[in-house]
Design a binder for this molecule. Structure first.
Ligand SMILES: [Zn+2]
Length: 86
């Protein structure tokens, strides 16, 4: 497994991390955006999950974009599935 650089767990102080794809739900203003493969670093010692800042930013931007262009509320209920693996 790939180790990420110079990260230290805020909770247990461990430096052993593993990058994985996890499920993430961004919630704001009563709307949810579901991301099935959010990149994150998992602490191998305590299991704490650290999301990547860049990925979080992407999600937020995507969420805002969807909201701006939202014309049919029905679309929202389907919770768009996106690929953030890149
Ligand atoms: Zn930890």
């Amino acid at each position: 497994m790939t180790k990420t650089k110079n990260t230290k767990c805020y909770y247990c102080g461990s430096e052993d991390f593993e990058e994985r794809r996890v499920r993430y739900i961004y919630s704001r203003e009563n709307n949810d955006l579901f991301i099935p493969d959010m990149p994150a670093d998992i602490c191998l010692n305590c299991g704490m999950v650290y999301y990547h800042g860049s990925a979080l930013l992407k999600v937020e931007q995507r969420f805002k974009a969807i909201q701006k262009h939202q014309e049919q509320p029905d679309r929202y209920a389907t919770m768009p599935v996106m690929d953030y693996a890149s």
